[in-house]
Design a protein around this ligand. Structure first.
Ligand code: AMP
Ligand code: ZN
Length: 135
C-alpha cells in the first residue's frame, strides 16, 4: 500500500523526482537531500511501512542484501574509508520521515561527522537483569 500524504511513497514510486542510484520492483535508492557526507543515500521500499516493526520479514532480508551491494559499489566508486548503516525507528530514536528507510553513509577520514553514543558502564548484575527482561 502507498500512503497518500507520504513524501517517501511519492519518491519511491517516481511521482517526485530524485537522484536515483538504483531501482528494482521492491526498492528505490536515492541520494539524501541533507547528506551527512558525500554520497549519503537512502534505501526506500516502494510500499509504505512506517518503520522496522511494520516491514515484512522478506523485505527486511532483501534490504540488507541491497545495503551490502550498494555499500560495495559506493565504496569502490567514491573511495570512502568506511561506511555506516543507520536506521531510525520512532521520534525518540531520531526518525523524522515515517516511511521505513535505511541510511547508507559513506565515511571519509577526517569527515568530522559523529554517529554514535556515550557508552554506559552497567554491572554484570544489571546486564543479567536486562537480558532476563528481553528473553
Ligand atoms: P530520519 O531522520 O532517519 O527519518 O531520516 C530522514 C532523512 O531523509 C534525512 O537524512 C533527510 O535529509 C532525508 N530527506 C528528507 N526529505 C527528503 C527528500 N525529499 N529527498 C531526499 N532525502 C530527504
Ligand atoms: Zn510512505
Amino acid at each position: 500500500m502507498k500512503k497518500d500524504d507520504c513524501i517517501f511513497c511519492k519518491i519511491a514510486n517516481g511521482e517526485i523526482p530524485s537522484k536515483t542510484l538504483y531501482e528494482d520492483e521492491d526498492f528505490r535508492v536515492i541520494l539524501d537531500l541533507g547528506p551527512a557526507t558525500k554520497g549519503h543515500a537512502l534505501i526506500l521500499p516502494k510500499e509504505h511501512y512506517a518503520n522496522l516493526y511494520e516491514l515484512p520479514e522478506d523485505l527486511a532480508g532483501k534490504v540488507m542484501k541491497l545495503a551490502k551491494k550498494m555499500a560495495t559499489q559506493m565504496t569502490e566508486k567514491l573511495g570512502c574509508d568506511g561506511f555506516n548503516l543507520v536506521q531510525n525507528n520512532g521520534e525518540t530514536a531520531g526518525q523524522t520521515v515515517f516511511h521505513f528507510h535505511l541510511h547508507l553513509i559513506p565515511r571519509y577520514e577526517g569527515d568530522q561527522q559523529k554517529i554514535g553514543w556515550k557508552p554506559g558502564s552497567p554491572t554484570q548484575e544489571e546486564l543479567e537483569d536486562i537480558k532476563n527482561q528481553i528473553v
